[in-house]
Ligand binder design. Sequence first.
Ligand code: ZN
Length: 210
Amino acid sequence: MFPERLTEGYRTFQRGRFAGERSRYEMLAEAGQRPEVMIIGCVDSRVSPEVIFDAAPGELLVVRNVANIVPPYEPDRLSQHGTSAALEFGVQALRVRHIVVLGHAHCGGIRAFADEQEPLSPGDFIGRWMAQIAPAAASLGPRPQGDAADYLRRLEFASVELSLRNLMTFPCIRILVERGKLALHGAYFGIAAGRLLVRDPDTGRFEPLT
Ligand SMILES: [Zn+2]
C-alpha cells in the first residue's frame, strides 16, 4: 500500500498549495522551468533546500547526494556521473546564475568517513563515494583527540570548500564564473537552531546570514 503519510500529504497539497498556486504550475508547464539557483544538497531528510529557502515550484534546481559532494570533472566513459549530469543540465541548458553547495551539521556521510565506519553492504557505495573528501580531510591535518563534534564540523566546512574547488574543474562552469555569468557559493545549515551560515568568499569563513 502507498504510505498513508504520503497520501495525506498529497491531499493537503492539492487542497492548499496547489489550489493557491495553480496558475504558477500551469505557467511552468507551459513555458518550462527557468530556475536561477541550483543547489547541491545532502540526501539528509532534515536538510530540505525547498523548505529552508521557502522556495516555490520552479525556483530551485536541486541535486541531492550523500554529503552534498561535487566530484571533480572526469570526462571518462567508465563511471556514471549523476551529479555531473545535473550540473551540465543546470549550467548549460537552464543557465542558472548561482550554484550553492549546501553542507549541514550532523552529516552522516561525513561522520562515516571520519570514523572509518564499516561498509553497510559488500558494495561499500558510501565508503567509495565518501573517499572523495580525502583531500578535504588532508587539508585539516591529523584528527585531534577529544572534541569530535568540532572536528566533524570543520570537516563539513572543508568538504564544502572542496566541492567549490571541484566545481571550478568543469570547463563550462569555470568559463561562466570568469565571465561573471555564474556565481558559486558555500552554505551550511545548523539543524537544531535552523541557522544558515554562508561562506565569505574573501575569508573562506562561514558566517551567519544577516
Ligand atoms: Zn549529510
